[in-house]
Each structure stands twice: as C-alpha cells, then as structure tokens.
Design a protein. Sequence first.
Length: 229
Amino acid sequence: MIDEENGLSLWDATIIWIGTFICWMLPVLLAACMDPVDISEDECPTSASIQVEEVAQLELEVESEVSASFTQHPLAIEFMDVEECLEFDSYPSATSNKQRVLTKSEKDLLAATLYLECRGESIKCQRAVLSLIFNRYDTGNYDSLHDVVYSPNQFSVASEIQNVDLSLATDQYDVIEYVCKYGKTLPDHVIFFRAGKYHNWSDTEDYTFIDNTYFSGSKKLRKKLEEKY
C-alpha cells in the first residue's frame, strides 16, 4: 500500500516510526542501565576502601612510634615550628607528660596569679605562663609553688594575690585543670617571660611570643637537660 499523502509505503512508514521510537528511548534506557547500585562499604568493601584503612592504620602506628621517640628526649621536638608545637595538648619533655595533682590552696594561688598576670591574654598564653611556673618548680630550686610565686623579683603581682576575688577567675581555673591533665605547653628550659620583648641576658635564648608575652629559655638549663636525658 502507498501513503498517497506522503508518498511512502506502509512498510516504510513503519520502519521510520520504529526508528524514531528507538532514538527517543535509547538515552532513557542507557541512563537507567548506568544508574549505580547502592551497596554500602560494610556489605561489599572495595579494594580502595581497604587500602585507605591500611594506610590509616600505618599512619597511627608511625605517629605512635614518633611520639614515643619524642618523649624519650625533652628537647627533641624543638626542630619543629614553635607555633606548631604550641598547638599540641602537651609538649613532650621530661616532666610535661605527667599529670599533676594540686591542693585547693595551690589551685587558688595559681588562679589568682594568672588572673593578675595575664587575664587579658588568650587561653593559649595563659597555659604557657602556667607551664612556665611549673618549669621553675620542676628545676628543683623551689620547695613549693608558693615559693615560686613569692620568690623575690619574680612576680610583681604577688603582693596583690590575697585581694583577688577568685569567683572572677573561672577561666584561670580551667587553664589549671587543662595543664594539670594534659601537661605543659612549653619545654622544660623555658623559665623566663615578660611583656613586649625578649630578655637579653647572657643566659637566655628567645623561644616564642604569644599575644604580647615573650618567652625565653635558659641556656644552662637546656644544656643540663640535654646531658641528663
């Protein structure tokens, strides 16, 4: 039969219609076939996911070994950037990793000292100042933290400590709890600090500054620690 209007046979028209239908449906069918199947990693772990887990485990093992080697030497970590060191929860050294247990009176003393010395500075700076107080005590030159704070020419705020309203020192108590739990944030030989600039004494060496507070180490104490550890 001939389609008089278009000049096509019925067979030709059928072929054209089928071809048009296939061209229209083909992209839809391909898209449906290519839709990914949702399979969780738990049900079917891929080799890629297994490799990621293996790498993560290896990184943990290496990190553990490196941390252990740092702990063996109090000054070993100082080749790293100072700011990076200060981001750590504790600074690996001979005394920093131990937890400290303080009496209430010691906490009150330190809270008042920090409140007067550096309440306007950042929490990081206050942790460093407290770490420095512990460093001085850990030298063995003082019988108590009270002696460290009230030692002549050490803390100019010592005469005002008894007048501090400790209810205002909540941030300072938090700093004390943190450092006592996680350890000091400065290496053991850093025992000097002041506002505005580093000390320029013959025995001091610049360490770092936080906010407006500059921290310096003792060369003699550093050498003593290197020989000891």
